[in-house]
Design a protein around this ligand. Structure first.
Ligand SMILES: [Zn+2]
Length: 391
């Protein structure tokens, strides 16, 4: 907790600290800008590896020791360890440097400042979050003549595509840590931190029907499209919004020509759940789907990828600490439960206290108007520094 005792250890009080970050805000914006202007789509290893290498170098310049976790399909994941002045377990700062934007996006969506906001691809999700980690670490080193406790930074390259290459390391590092702070964007423009996230899954249902000439042999065919349509109607009834379960058949494909009874049709389904308990039941329902038209075959693939981040006692305690730090500068820090998943779902899922949404405040993640509010940055940095100190 940010008691008077904690504050007395440092040369600054909280208002002085806010001032410290405010004075340095232009430099932080420059850093964020530099990161945004290096395009790093998840699916382009060559491009994203450039971003990872730059980040490794920048964090090493702050006194960390960088380690590269090789990945084949995506850019390498980057771990940076910072020693601390005591031997508490480290705090894990979790982030990702991949974005959803393909190479060349900057030409259509240049990084620029307008109305107090910095715009650009990935500026909110989450290059500003990575830059905030650097600000907080640098500040703590200045205030304490060295980091007050060990910090591990883990920057992953594939968060936007499910984290298959990084998940194991994320979980292993979390297990060795006192707490996990995730630098994903804050929820909403009031800057709430995220204390609960829904679990996320993907399913693909493929119907294999029997093709036939639609004019000559209509009785011989068994339409995969017709069967799929009926299955989608069944699947849509798995929705239970009150309980926090949502099921969205978002993409369909099927058939070849209008005069052919379709041999195959597919639907891709996004599912969200609120509690881990719901995963099994929903999965069972998906796998129990039976064809209406018996000669049709159903193939169901996929599953729940991220279990929900639930608001456990550990999560609530982290939020309480964050709230108390915010209060020191007269800031009422809110919390939010959100539908989207992040790597915080993994670390919370294995029982490590996790606070998410510690990054930038803005709007339009993954969209053409993606931006952050420049004036929010100093207090985000202050909150992060305070949290690292206090756990
Ligand atoms: Zn993100």
């Amino acid at each position: 907790m940010p008691t008077k005792k904690t504050a007395a250890h440092s040369t600054f009080n909280w208002h002085d600290r806010l001032q410290y970050f405010t004075i340095r805000n232009d430099a932080l914006i420059q850093t964020i800008r530099e990161f945004v202007e290096i395009e790093s789509p998840s699916d382009n290893k060559l491009a994203a590896d450039r971003m990872g290498a730059l980040l490794a170098a920048r964090f090493e310049a702050l006194g960390g020791r960088a380690r590269t976790h090789r990945a084949e399909d995506y850019a390498d994941n980057i771990q940076i360890d910072f020693p601390g002045r005591d031997h508490r377990k480290p705090v894990l700062l979790l982030g990702h440097f991949d974005t959803v934007y393909p190479l060349g996006t900057l030409a259509k969506m240049p990084c620029h400042i307008a109305n107090g906001r910095l715009h650009g691809p990935g500026v909110l999700d989450m290059k500003s979050g990575v830059a905030l980690m650097m600000s907080a670490i640098e500040a703590l080193k200045t205030w304490h003549a060295g980091l007050p406790r060990p910090v591990t930074v883990f920057l992953v390259s594939d968060e936007e595509v499910g984290s298959s290459s990084s998940r194991q390391t994320t979980e292993a590092l979390a297990r060795e840590s006192a707490a996990v702070l995730v630098l994903e964007p804050a929820a909403g423009t009031r800057g709430a931190v995220k204390t609960a996230r829904k679990g996320v899954g993907d399913y693909t249902l493929t119907v294999k029907g029997v093709a036939a000439h639609a004019g000559l042999d209509p009785g011989k065919g068994h339409s995969a499209i017709l069967e799929l349509a009926r299955q989608i109607a069944v699947i849509s009834r798995f929705n239970h919004l009150k309980q926090g379960i949502s099921v969205n058949p978002g993409v369909i494909r099927g058939g070849t020509r209008t005069n052919v009874i379709a041999a195959e049709a597919t639907v891709e389904i996004d599912v969200r759940i609120k509690s881990a308990k719901q995963a099994k039941g929903l999965d069972r329902k998906m796998r129990a789907l039976k064809p209406f038209d018996k000669p049709c075959k159903l193939v169901i693939e996929g599953g729940i990828n991220r279990l929900p981040m639930e608001r456990t006692a550990g999560v609530a305690a982290l939020y309480k600490t964050a709230q108390a730090i915010a209060k020191e500068i007269n800031w009422e820090l809110e919390e939010a439960a959100v539908g989207g998943g992040s790597d915080g779902n993994f670390t919370a899922g294995i029982g490590i206290p996790t606070l998410d949404g510690m990054g930038g405040v803005g709007e339009g993640a993954h969209a053409i108007h993606e931006n952050i509010v420049i004036a929010e940055l100093p207090r985000r940095a202050l909150l992060l520094a305070g949290m690292i100190e206090s756990r």
